[in-house]
Structure formats: C-alpha cells, structure tokens
Design a protein around this ligand. Sequence first.
Ligand code: FE2
Ligand code: FE2
Length: 366
Amino acid sequence: MTEHQNNIIHILYDGESPGRFPTALMGFAVRILDPKKPIPADIMLLMVDVDLRDPDMISRLQAFRKVSQRGAEQIFAIGKNDLQDELQATALGARKTIIKPLTEKAVAQYILECRETLGIHGETAVKSVQGGADAIQNSLDRLQDGLPVDIDKIAEAGSNIATSIADLGIAEWLSTVRVYHQSTFQHILLVTGIACAFGQHTGMSKADIAKLTQAGLLHDIGKVWISDAILDKPGKLSDEEFTIIKRHPVDGFNKLMEQGNVSPDILHGVKHHHEYLDGSGYPDGLMAQDIPDLTRILTICDIMGALLEERSYKPPFSAEKSISILKGMGKEGKIELALVLALESMMKHQVPKAHVPSTPPQSQSA
Ligand SMILES: [Fe+2]
Ligand SMILES: [Fe+2]
C-alpha cells in the first residue's frame, strides 16, 4: 500500500542522532530527511530542527517553500527567546514554532493538537485541493510570464473540486483548505469551494456550477501584479495601497478577456465581484440591474471566504457570525438577502458545528 504524503511527517534534522525519532507515531509514518539534500516538493507536513543560521540550510528551505506552493504545513523548532530564529522561521513559512529541541514528545504533542484536522482529510479532498492550488499557481505563473491562463486546466480543476465537494461536503473542503493553504491561495480555494457548494445546494445546472467554480478559481487572478508587501500587509492599508488593490478585478478581467476563450459570465464575475447592488462597489459602481446572478453569488462567496479566514486585522469568524454579517449587508441593500439566506441554509445543512471554524493551531508569528 502506498502512503499518501498527508499521512507522513517529515523531519528535517541536522543533529547527531536522527534515530531518536520513531518510524511511526500515532497513525503517522515518520521520515527523517537527509539534511544535505534538497527537500522533496510533495511533502505536506514538515517539522524542522536545524541551524537557522546555516546559509546552505536556509537556501534549501527557501527552495522548498517555493516549490511546495505554500501548501505544506511547516513547524520550526527555534531557540528559546531567540528572535533571529523566530524571524527566520517566519520568513521560511513556519505555520507554528516550538522551542528546541524537537523531540518525539514534541512531535506527538503536535499530532495531538491537530489530530482532528490532520486526521479527517480523505485523500479525495486533499487531492482536489492540491489540484485547485496547482491550477491557481499555474495560472499565476503563466500570467507573470506574459502567457494566457490555461483554461482547460482551470476547468479540469473545477470539475474535480465539484466532484469532491458533492462526495464529501463543504465541511471537508473548508477544513482541508484551512489546514494546507495560506493567504491568497487559501482565500481563492475557500471562495471556490463555497461557490461550488452553493451551486450544488441550490440546484443550479451543471454548466452554471462549472462556471461559478471556475469564476471562483479566477476571480482574484489580477492580484498577481500586486506585491506581497501590500497583499500581506499587517495593519491598515494607505489610500494609495488600497487604490492598487482595487485594480485587481480590472487587471484580471483584461488579461482573461484578451485571450479570447473565457466565458463572458466568468469574465463578468472576475471584473465585478466587488460591486454592490446599491452602486457603492468597484470598479464601475454597477447597480443591481447590471449585476447578474452568477456575479452576485460570487460576491457573497468572496465575502464569506474573507470572513472565515484569518486576516492580519481579524481572527477567523465562525460560520454563524459570518452569515450574520452578510445578512446585515443584505438588509443594507449591498448584496442580495435571498442569496445570503440560501447560503445560510447550505452552511447549516452541510457544515457540522464542530468543523466551523476548524482553525489549525497558529503560532504568534505565523
Ligand atoms: Fe477580489
Ligand atoms: Fe477575493
């Protein structure tokens, strides 16, 4: 039987006795990596106890961060009160830091903390999340290289996501995405999953669900031209920075429009997912009559995703709190209340209470 990477903890350790770790622990296989070799790209769970001042080691970890598509869960052991270690671990993508040394007990403790989130993910959910992340990464890379987005790849990822959500439910999707992906990736995957589940729950046609799912994958693609310093800025954005952020719907739309093979419904969603029914949104201040259903739904799912996420300025909100904020916006006339109520019904039907929010343990520095 081949093991899925999701059930393996890889340990990067440069100390004297790698044998101090067991080969299996609490249902997980434990593998010790050769600290002199590149770190394989497909690792999902990496625990690191190395000298974070060693330039060779740093470059191997940097290379891994690049190829792992930000998808791997990385836990770093750092020196007690060692600020430089802490900063280095954060820069290298640590989800959580623990105090050195990394011991069997520390690994077991980590599994215990995350048992539910680590244990519940079926291979299908992990695979379709990874497929979605691959399609997003591929699209971003191609845009950055001045190439058109591979729409077939987006369509294929969307169809796998739809199958996975139909089989396993949105709860499985949300918790899988939360555990494995950070930042923009997490946001796009959350929004895509919510939109797809919404389409399925409300009985939309297969073709419309496909469009909605693909629109989810593509909606924020214009952010590829915005620097991480602005996208991940902790704290309030300046007016100038906000103006830059607000360009992403039009930038994404223009590029996708140019390539000539993207459905007009998807293009509308990409360009107008920040419009409100009362004309107070952007980029065009469209009014209700100019905003079709697919874009209205995408907008609501986009906000829902953002509310469920952890952001630098807020913790992840529960599904209940997120829906109540959306209802408030519906009553103000910004978004369609009937669609919010449909989303509420979907979340109630499909999301067991224990799974929302299913927040992985965060370090103060992650
Ligand atoms: Fe957006
Ligand atoms: Fe978004």
